[in-house]
Structure formats: C-alpha cells, structure tokens
Design a binder for this molecule. Sequence first.
Ligand code: GTP
Ligand code: MG
Length: 431
Amino acid sequence: MASSEMARHLKRENIRSLTMSGHVGFESLPDQLVNRSIQQGFCFNILCVGETGTGKSTLIDTLFNTNFEDYESSHFCPNVKLKAQTYELQESNVQLKLTIVTTVGFGDQINKEESYQPIVDYIDDQFEAYFQEELKIKRSPFTYHDSHIHVCLYFISPTGHSLKTLDLLTMKNLDSKVSIIPVIAKADTVSKTELQKFKIKLMSELVSNGLQIYQFPMDDDTIAKVNAAMNGQLPFAAVGSMDEVKVGNEMVKAGQYPWGVVQVENENHCGFVKLQEMLICTNTEDLREQTHTRHYELYRRCKLEEMGFTDVGPENKLVSLQEIYEAKRREFHGERQRKEEEMKQMFVQREKEKEAILKEAERELQAKFEHLKRLHQEERMKLEEKRRLLEEEIIAFSKKKATSEIFHSQSFLATGSNLRKDDDRKNSNVL
Ligand code: GTP
Ligand code: MG
C-alpha cells in the first residue's frame, strides 16, 4: 500500500499514529517474512493456451532457460485436453515449484464451440479443490499444494489479421477466472510494421469485445512507471528459441532465417525480455495475489451463494454464516418432515387403493366361484336325473326280461308234453 493511501486508511479507521523514542525491533518484520518465504519455497502455476504448434513449449523453455522436455502434440485429438507437469527449480537460494499446464489439441477440431470448456473446467477444479480444503475441519494450509492457475499466457497466432472467434470465445470465458497475458506467438514471422498494426488491431478488438486482460499493477510506486509502460506494450510479441547463434563474439539465443537473425533477448527484435521481466521478475507475486484475492474470491462467492449463503438477510441486515446455516437447517428439517408426511400419506393412499383392488378381485373370484358351483350343482342334478331314469329303465328291462324268460320256459314245457302225447299216440297205432 502506498504511504499516502496508508495515511488515509488510518484516518478512516480512527487509528492514532505515534512515534517511539527508541528502537524496538519490529523493523525486522519484512526480513522475517523473506526468511520464512525462502524456507517455504514459492509456487507458480502457468497455463499456456494456444493452437497446436504455436510455440508454447519453446517459449516456456526460453523463459526459464531450461529444457522441460515436452513432446509435440498431434493435430488429430478429438477434443481439447490439458496436460500439467510440476517441476522444482532453484535460483540462488530460492526454490520454485513451477507447474506448467498446456492445452493439447486446441484449435484442431472442426467444431470449436466447446473448445474452451476443458480449460474452464480445469481452472474451476483447482478452485474447488482449494474450496474443499478450506471447508475441512482439519486443514493443512502449509502442506497444501497451491494448484491455482496464476497466469494464462494466451498464444495468438501471428496471422497479422485479427483475433479468431475461437480466441475471443476462449478469452471471454476465462477472463473472470484467471489473469490473461496475451502474447503474439512466433512474432518473428511478421514484419515489424505489420506487427505494430497487428498489436493495435488486437488491442482494439479485445477492448471492443469487453475482454479483461491482466493489467500490470501500478499501486506500487517502485514499479508503477515500468508497469504502466508495459501495459502499453500488450500483447507482447513473443519469440522463443533455445538455439544459440554467434553474434559478434557472443553466443546468443536466436532464430536464424534466410533474411537474418532474430535475437530472442534483444528488446529491439521482440518482446521476449519484457515478457520475461514482467512475468518472472516483477509481477509474479501480484499474479499470485490476484488469483487469490480476485479470481478465487469470485469463485468462492458464487459457490457460497449457490449453496444459499449470503452476507445480508431480509431488510439488508447483516447475518452470520451460523445464522444462515441454522435457518437452512431448520428449513431443511421442515422440508424433510413435509416430504416424510407426504410420503406417508402417499403410502397410506396406495395401500388403500391396493386393498380396494384386492377386495374387488376377491369379490370377482367369489362370484365366479358361486357361478361355477351353481353350474356344477345343476350338472350334478341333471346327471342324478339321468341315472335315476337309467336305473328305472334297467329295472323295467330286468322285469321284462324275467317275464319273457318265464313265458319262454312255460311255452317250452307245453311243447314238450305235446310231443310226448304225439309219440304215445304213434306207438299205440303201431301196436
Ligand atoms: P504443441 O505442444 O505440439 O502444441 O506445440 P507447441 O505450441 O508447444 O510448439 P513448439 O514449441 O513445440 O514449437 C513448434 C515449432 O515451432 C517448432 O518447430 C519450433 O522450433 C517452432 N517455434 C517455436 N517458437 C517459435 C518462434 O518464436 N518463432 C518461430 N519462427 N518458430 C518457433
Ligand atoms: Mg508443446
């Protein structure tokens, strides 16, 4: 905070400013902070968004003067992906845990409408992980690996024309989530005058589309001037190369072309040095701070609001988290009871309906049974009747048979006696 601003702040807070008559020692506070920070080490996470082969890996290698050994991506990925790799770097006694996240397959699909989504999701996932850590009862703030994206280097293809729809759409969806520094990729492929015109065109397009790109801070008097100048140089014309070329007596990093040599670290040739200085030497801490105070804050606020939390209640009264939590709990409890009651009623209703259906089925079955019983009874009676008639017929037949047998035997006897009489008569005649 600048000293004038600090004085205004003290006045507003009604804090009295006093002078001490001797040394007490708290002037060492910044040193304590430095020592502690050095002990803990630093962490910086860069996201590189750009079409395949735009020079992302080469620029990162050149920025950190090392070979991160990244492999080339294919142009045939069905959708955009992100790959992240963390490295440990050391300069003097300062340790840096650097995470480089790069897009894979960006701009290679026919339909690019959803190309920004995996990038947005990745950034949100890091916010969410931190948010969940914050909500834990047992937190580990010192061992937690900060995976938030602190800066997004957005690689604009050196077309010399204007921004592509893909660029506008992606930056529009990212600008509230991450600090974007746009860079013109492979700026050595465009002439100096063309580059100037291209830069102006890009800036006016970014402004007219309402895109928020990162502005180097100007509240620190020591760097305000240089940062202001750098804000006017955006987007940086980036050239990356790890190749060394002999210029005069020196070996310098440069790209060698039929028309000449483009020295990466020569400010007259490209904006590499400015980008390196702004990103790694001057504003790294501000980028980290912005990530936490602006972008994460916004995510956290939206998330808490989504969960139903708010700072002010009805009639604009301040309410605490606990009050809201309790109110929510009561609301939830009431809702649960209402739902339980509803379910009970539904259950009883369904039981009644089922019972009625079962009773109806029982009634139908009973009726069917009665009907069948009646039919059976009738059938049995008919059979009984038939049997009775048959039995009568049998008896009549038996009677008839007996009569006919008697009659038959009588007639037989009669025939026998007649025959005897005839024989006797014949015999008497013979004699
Ligand atoms: P992917 O990871 O596969 O998407 O590619 P990338 O964006 O990481 O690009 P990479 O750094 O692999 O560079 C691709 C090609 O462009 C290589 O042949 C580099 O030598 C070349 N290249 C990289 N940066 C520059 C540059 O600033 N100027 C020129 N002219 N060529 C460059
Ligand atoms: Mg690469």
